[in-house]
Design a protein around this ligand. Structure first.
Ligand SMILES: *Cc1c(COP(=O)(O)O)cnc(C)c1O
Length: 225
């Protein structure tokens, strides 16, 4: 994969998604690729933009602030998703920068987002992250606490929640977590799911993902050095 260009990788992933969806009732347009650009060099992100891709994911507010205002000035129609955990002292910046925030996971954050969206007059699309593996160190609301968080968001704050997002535990069978996320979404009348990464996006698409978040398979391995 390292010799293939970012453009070729995007084509490959999109073809694989199309193939995965062909065995379902859903059309290829019902699952969108989020190219996860965190830590990747700007040249590679620019290659994706030049190839016409517009939907990207970042997991840190500060890192996204450093690259996306410039890219947005050069390329129209960018849709930017926050897929990493959000501290309430960064909600103002996050609301200003992102089109979609996928990691709403606690009442304090939901309230802070509501306040900021009102103050800025911006309507950011929101997903609730569910900690389907109930891991201590991971963000996301526990499945048992989802009903209360949803009620707070919808009834008390008047927020629209578009769907649910999960990151399965690394060593687990992802299908179990994808199925659980789908079940929770169905139960609460939510129809959009963000699930699936480089190793399992085809499975996620088959199991109902509306967004898959793919980094490595698009840009190559992240270099943290
Ligand atoms: C980094 C990241 C991804 C992409 O992971 P890959 O395995 O590189 O595709 C997806 N989702 C979240 C929340 C991430 O932080």
């Amino acid at each position: 994969m390292s010799v293939a260009s970012v453009e070729e990788n995007i084509t490959t992933v999109k073809e694989a998604l199309k193939k995965a969806l062909s065995s379902t009732k859903r059309g290829a347009d019902q699952c969108q690729l989020i190219a996860v650009s965190k830590v990747q060099p700007n040249e590679k992100v620019a290659q994706a933009l030049q190839a016409g891709h517009r939907v990207f994911g970042e997991n840190k507010v500060q890192e996204a602030q450093q690259k996306w205002p410039d890219f947005r000035a050069q390329f129209e129609g960018v849709e930017l998703h926050l897929i990493g955990s959000l501290q309430t002292n960064k909600t103002s910046d996050a609301v200003a920068l992102f089109d979609v925030i996928q990691t709403v996971d606690r009442p304090k954050l939901a309230k802070s987002l509501k306040t900021e969206m009102d103050a800025q007059g911006r309507n950011v699309r929101l997903y609730i992250q569910v900690n389907t593996g109930e891991e201590d160190q991971k963000g996301g609301v526990l499945p048992a606490d989802l009903p209360d968080l949803l009620a707070l968001c919808r009834d008390e704050l008047g927020l629209t929640i578009e769907g649910l997002m999960c990151i399965p535990p690394i060593d687990d069978e992802p299908a179990f977590h994808f199925a659980l996320l789908k079940k929770l979404a169905d139960r609460h009348g939510l129809d959009k799911l963000s699930m699936g990464m480089s190793g399992d996006y085809e499975l996620a698409a088959q199991m109902g993902a509306h967004y898959v978040r793919v980094g490595t398979a698009v840009f190559g391995a992240r270099d943290y050095s």
